[in-house]
Design a protein around this ligand. Structure first.
Ligand SMILES: *[C@@H]1O[C@H](CO)[C@@H](O)[C@H](O)[C@H]1NC(C)=O
Ligand SMILES: *[C@@H]1O[C@H](CO)[C@@H](O)[C@H](O)[C@H]1NC(C)=O
Ligand SMILES: *[C@@H]1O[C@H](CO)[C@@H](O)[C@H](O)[C@H]1NC(C)=O
Length: 616
């Protein structure tokens, strides 16, 4: 206990001359006690009259608990042999489920060997993925968007030099840092021009009008190193980068390191883990997909995730060449794209040089009437698109969510829109209210650790920049995305990966319709991301949910450790039982942890943890 809390406080005072350690330790315990005391009161005791005596009670109770925790840990000292060992150096950038040699051995071919196959790489090795030797804590947002530590990402100098695409040229390697052109640079910025060009092709005056035109979320397939996404984020769009697993020079790893939303994914043989009618724009710049392969299945998949009236933007010098090199693709005529996109009811809005912009039809009749003979409509309403094979049919046409992006209400979801999702508007706003209050509590609990210099009292304004050390947040069980909504309302400069666990009510459509990032995921399996890519993990009720799914809590906690960066935070909210179990486990993970009783008579507890920076 002593060393852990001392370390946190030293983190806060890190750049000061070293003061007396014992004094710091005492101060830290007092600050913590005061904070925890005010936390439990602030959030759950609105009757201010009763506050005074409770502070005292809380204070004494927590002081006693701190002492007993300390003694308990000392007693446990000998049993720390049970800690999980660190993995070998070869696992520094380990992403489970992508073992090509195992996939080939199992007979997978035609590109499927590059797909995610968790069932073929069951991993019995229980070890903690360690950071690379020269790993450094990322810079704070927004500086971290433009400069990353080159030791943190697996990218060789050779790869850097040999790269040539537009986004890659915007990257500069110097000593131990990689810097990217910031959006505010005065010099000519290729990404800005490009974004502006797309806006004009859609018929807008400038890219600042994307939002008004109904474009709120963008799926950026193969995002280079994220500069286009970064620009779209600055326009208040949610751009999620999705790229295949790459063992080095990964686009997803670099984007996340920059604090940009990204996830590993591909659609070689299976559908993307999003429901149909999810995105306002799908974008691909030389993203390495052969769009006319497999009888246009990949374009059909793009059509599936696009909302009515949404845009598909393709920039590719190949697409023109392909058209002229006759006979290389089976059944292709001189303009295979044009023909196929017409069958998909896409309207080619514009073509400029290598960039094409199509718009998906807003009128469902287009699919229902004339086109039936060429590409059939899918049977029934599509459920959860998780590990579902790509389908040769058009989805979403009978969905209640068939609303063109130009016709949606601006701002938050209207009651009518919520009813489309089968959600009671009252229930929805109650949920958000709960999250507002939960967030205030979380933040006051964490802010002495997150913010520099002085501990922040609940209700205080955030201190001046540098804002905070949390940028990439994952909500492992996101429900309606209430935590994300509350974070945005509170103007925290974070983004949230909203994960909807398989087996729970599929609320992903309502999450995406709010313009948030989200994905379906089976938490009995590893998450498709690189190690150390999230600053904070949040899981409410997930442990209880997983207890019904017959999968192993040890695996889940190890996976959380893998995706959390050193010194990152975890907040687990659950019933006493699972929290106690988790608490024992996190000790083995070498996390610093504290159980917090919400003191409102419920059996809910919070487990707040910080991952330590363990090197060996
Ligand atoms: C990948 O699979 C091969 C063959 O099954 C195995 O030998 C190897 O250890 C696996 N690699 C990892 C990183 O799990
Ligand atoms: C959009 O709204 C207009 C006016 O309410 C309506 O006439 C039109 O049919 C709507 N379009 C779609 C695709 O829903
Ligand atoms: C106690 O607080 C938690 C967290 O907000 C909440 O979920 C729970 O319903 C509350 N319990 C009672 C009995 O008020």
């Amino acid at each position: 206990m002593r060393s852990s809390w001392y370390k946190k406080i030293s983190l806060i005072f890190g750049r000061r001359p070293p003061p007396n350690r014992l004094l710091l330790y005492l101060v830290s315990v007092l600050v913590l006690i005061a904070l925890l005391g005010s936390f439990s009161l602030k959030g759950y005791d609105s009757a201010t009259a009763s506050v005074r005596p409770d502070i005292y009670l809380n204070y004494r109770r927590l002081k006693e608990q701190t002492l007993s925790d300390y003694l308990e840990l000392k007693k446990l000292g000998a049993s720390r042999v049970n800690d999980f060992a660190l993995c070998g150096k070869e696992r520094e950038n380990y992403v489970p489920c992508y073992n090509v040699s195992a996939n080939l051995l199992a007979g997978l071919k035609d590109g499927e060997e590059f797909d995610r196959h968790c069932e073929l790489s069951r991993d019995q090795q229980h070890c903690l993925v360690r950071p690379p030797k020269d790993y450094k804590i990322p810079l704070l947002w927004p500086s971290g968007r433009d400069v990353v530590w080159s030791g943190n990402v697996k990218l060789s100098k050779d790869q850097f030099l040999s790269s040539g695409s537009m986004t890659k040229r915007l990257m500069l390697l110097e000593e131990n840092q990689i810097s990217f052109h910031s959006d505010d640079d005065m010099i000519i910025d290729g990404v800005k021009d490009y974004s502006h060009q797309i806006a004009e092709m859609i018929g807008l005056g400038s890219d600042a009008e994307f939002r008004e035109a109904g474009v709120r979320n963008v799926l950026d397939i193969g995002c280079g190193f994220g500069s286009f996404s970064a620009h779209l984020l600055s326009l208040k769009l949610m751009a999620v980068c999705m790229a295949a697993y790459e063992s080095t020079g990964s686009q997803v790893q670099l984007a996340l390191e920059r604090g940009l939303p990204a996830i590993i994914g591909n659609f070689i043989s299976r559908q993307l883990p999003f429901p149909s009618l999810s995105y306002d724009m799908v974008h691909c710049t030389q993203c390495g997909i052969f769009w006319d392969d497999k009888d246009g299945m990949f374009l059909i998949e793009v059509d599936r995730v696009l909302k009515p009236g949404g845009y598909f933007v393709l920039t590719s010098p190949r697409s023109r060449k392909q058209e002229s090199s006759a006979g290389t693709k089976k059944g292709s005529t001189s303009t295979p794209f044009e023909e196929f996109t017409e069958k998909l009811c896409w309207n080619l809005l514009a073509q400029q040089e290598d960039t094409f912009v199509w718009q998906k039809a807003t009128d469902v009749q287009c699919y229902v009437s004339i086109k039936q003979s060429t590409i059939p409509l899918c049977n029934g309403e599509d459920g959860q698109s998780y590990y579902r094979p790509l389908a040769q049919c058009i989805s979403g046409t009978s969905s209640k969510r068939w609303i063109s992006i130009q016709n949606r209400s601006s701002g938050s979801l209207s009651s009518a829109e919520l009813e489309v999702h089968g959600i009671d508007p009252e229930d929805f706003s109650e949920d958000l209210e709960q999250w507002r209050s939960a967030l205030r509590n979380y933040w006051s609990l964490l802010s002495p650790l997150i913010f520099s210099d002085h501990p922040k009292r609940p209700g205080d304004e955030d201190p001046m920049p540098p804002y905070n050390m949390v940028r990439n947040v994952m909500d492992l069980s996101a429900h309606y995305g209430g935590l994300n909504a509350a974070l945005l309302e509170a103007r925290k400069s974070v983004w949230v990966m909203n994960v909807v666990p398989l087996g729970e009510r599929n609320t992903l459509p309502v999450i995406l319709d709010q313009g948030f990032a989200g994905v379906l995921h089976n938490w009995c399996e590893p998450f498709p991301t690189y190690p150390r890519t999230y600053d904070m993990l949040h899981a409410k009720g997930l442990l209880s949910h997983l207890a019904t799914q017959s999968c192993n809590m040890v695996d889940l906690m190890l996976e959380m450790d893998r995706i959390l960066r050193p010194e990152g935070w975890v907040i687990i909210s659950d019933k006493v039982g699972p929290i106690e179990t988790a608490r024992t486990l996190v000790t083995q993970l070498r996390w610093e942890a504290r159980v917090i009783d919400l003191q409102n008579g419920s059996d809910q507890r919070l487990l707040v943890c910080q991952k330590q920076f363990v090197r060996k």
